[in-house]
Write a protein that binds this ligand. Sequence first.
Ligand code: PLP
Length: 413
Amino acid sequence: MRDTEVFESVERELNRQRNNIELIASENFVSEQILELAGTVLTNKYAEGYPGKRYYGGCQFVDEVEDLARNRLKELFGCEHANVQPHSGAQANTAVYLAVLKHGDKVLGMSLADGGHLTHGHPLNYSGINYEFHSYGVTKETETIDYDDFKRKVEDIKPKLVVAGASAYSRTIDFEFMARVAHDNGALFMVDMAHIAGLVAAGLHPSPFPHADIVTTTTHKTLRGPRGGVIMCKEEFAADIDRAVFPGMQGGPLMHIIAAKAACFYEALQPEFKDYATQVIKNAKAFEESLKEEGFRLVAGGTDNHLLLIDVKASCGISGKKAERLLDEIHITANKNAIPFDSEKPFKASGIRVGTPAMTTKGFNEEDFKEVGKIIAYRLKNEETDEIKEECIKRVKALTDKVTMYHDFTYIK
Ligand code: PLP
């Protein structure tokens, strides 16, 4: 019997994805072949271990798939070793900590309040609970990473591991400098490039390779693959990383997702992927221009990458939470986000984070993003009236009607 209840919810989500302007900076739309692979019979297969060294029989074909994924990932980023099994970005990071740290070791990561990620030492996360995390952040003046303070902290704290990378940072990160400081002070250097992996793959953000000892990423953001994580490292860490992922953290790998990851890396190796990533950045620049013209204050003054943090409190006198709701009501999806030195609690926040990767995949260009900036201003800078809401919905529809995605899909049979 078909489970119509759940398929109906999925159908509603399909329509939301089709009809909304998706601005969540960490989301994207995967290709049809990636979706297909994520739903294959490989979900039925247990494959604990690694290719050629499994704890289950019948792994000859999933071995082929995992080898394709590992080899393509190595080719894409030019790394020595790849582990494609982490179920998520959080698990990739946790596995790295398990591989190179002991309980209570000192680590330096970017503060969540300044754009870092939960897994970079938040007190409620496994990282902050098990290790002595310290944090660096951004300067008040420029809202960009305070590299002097970072260096001072590495020298004073002498962490065993330094973590670079962020979830809400719109400027280029100087991995080379950070690696040098970490290594000069006897620390290992890890980069979590989850947000910018697609830009790095396309050569549009300086690569953490060869500076970093270990690099993690999610596969579902700018890299445009299935939801999941991977770890890349120098050969000297390979055995420890593999052991930390399995049997350290996980049991059986999700072989259907690894197949979809393999296709993601294949797609990212094609010349068209560079065109896509180039357009992501062009669109972010056009979006920045349009928001500035409308008088919005942008954190760090703008963007070098795929995302922007808009200070809606300073620009429109409303919280990030309210801005998120007002945009949701006109079919624009974004998320509230703390800004550096935020006076609001994270659940309310003073900012919203917006990104261009998903709508660039759908086909939006610079002109479209300029119009998105204007619609956002019209909605957030005016009184909350039905007339304005309806007009915004019409303008959103005019934009989304121009692009189609998953057009012949249906889950209702
Ligand atoms: N690292 C960074 C920098 C992220 O932005 C995220 C997710 O937003 C993660 C790790 C965690 O990824 P996941 O949600 O797959 O656990």
